[in-house]
Ligand binder design. Structure first.
Ligand SMILES: Nc1ncnc2c1ncn2[C@@H]1O[C@H](COP(=O)(O)OP(=O)(O)OP(=O)(O)O)[C@@H](O)[C@H]1O
Ligand SMILES: [Mg+2]
Length: 274
């Protein structure tokens, strides 16, 4: 409820409290997440950045309801216990069904929704337009480039207007040019469609370009090291000095996490085995 003292009761709000995740690997305990606390307000764009293995995907999978952890995850006033249409998912690979056309793949996002056939058709058409793929509605995934396939995945992720869009390195497999283009497109879609987004990435530039809050994670065990607000208006220009200022703050934080660099070259005492 608006104005409620407990923010987790607000519509569209994501609240993560004291979340821990332990995996067991060959009888060893692996603490993937340690005491994660995070709030995502409706309408915000939160990005999570951190090194490989710091638990970003695990965190996103728990929020999606694909994985369980210890602690509390509340979205839209309800504990997250299983996947829901109210949480859209976009992964690093588009994960399209090769035997379905582009429009059929997007329509899968509406599979369990209560819309009638005409409404579904209209929604699919509108979302293909949103990601500039109207001309490819009848094409099959094999006929698309990687960037186009990823746009289909984004259309499928938002066609049902989920209360929360979860993106796991959605542009990680794309070349720099396509990635920049899709980042701009996502900024535009988020702003105009009033989405709430949680995106994980290991690309610092992507995190600051898109996020109004950037969560920096540190590894082993995966923790939140710092949260940085980015109070800059959208659409953002990746060349703006303001953005570069925030990018450098995050790079500094990641340097602190990494710790001192190992001594290399002549100063190192190299022992040659006998
Ligand atoms: N199903 C699993 N079983 C065992 N260990 C797992 C499992 N999934 C993840 N892990 C471990 O949890 C830790 C975090 O993994 P996770 O995939 O969340 O990292 P990540 O930050 O997404 O990394 P990347 O940037 O490489 O995608 C890693 O040490 C990984 O080995
Ligand atoms: Mg990952």
């Amino acid at each position: 409820m608006p104005g409620s003292p407990d923010p987790s009761a607000r519509p569209g709000y994501l609240s993560i409290r004291h979340l821990n995740k332990v995996f067991r690997v060959n009888d060893r305990r692996l603490q993937a997440l340690l005491d994660i606390n995070l709030d995502v307000e409706q309408g915000s764009f939160v990005t999570i950045v951190g090194a490989s293995g710091c638990g970003k995907s695990t965190l996103l999978r728990i929020v999606a309801g694909l994985e369980t952890g210890e602690g509390t995850v509340i979205h839209d006033g309800k504990p997250v216990e299983e996947p829901s249409l109210n949480r859209g998912l976009v992964f690093q690979e588009a994960r399209l069904f090769p035997w379905l056309t582009v429009e059929q793949n997007v329509a899968l996002g509406l599979e369990n929704a209560s819309a009638d056939a005409r409404t579904r058709e209209r929604l699919v058409r509108e979302h293909l337009e949103l990601v500039s793929l109207t001309d490819f509605a009848k094409a099959y995934p094999r006929q698309l480039s990687g960037g186009m396939a990823q746009r289909v995945a984004i259309a499928r992720g938002i066609v049902n207007r989920p209360g929360l869009l979860l993106l796991d390195e959605p542009f990680g497999a794309l070349d720099a040019f396509t990635r920049a283009h899709l980042q701009d497109e996502l900024q535009h879609i988020w702003e105009h469609e009033h989405l709430t987004a949680l995106l994980v990435t290991h690309d610092v530039d992507e995190a600051v370009l898109l996020g109004n809050r950037v969560v920096v994670m540190s590894p082993r065990p995966g923790r939140i090291a710092r949260v940085i607000d980015i109070p800059l208006a959208y659409p953002r220009d990746r060349r703006s000095p303001d953005l570069i200022y925030f990018r450098n703050q995050i790079l500094d934080e990641l340097d602190v996490i990494r710790g001192p660099r190992p001594v290399t070259g002549k100063a190192r005492d190299i022992k040659v085995p006998a």
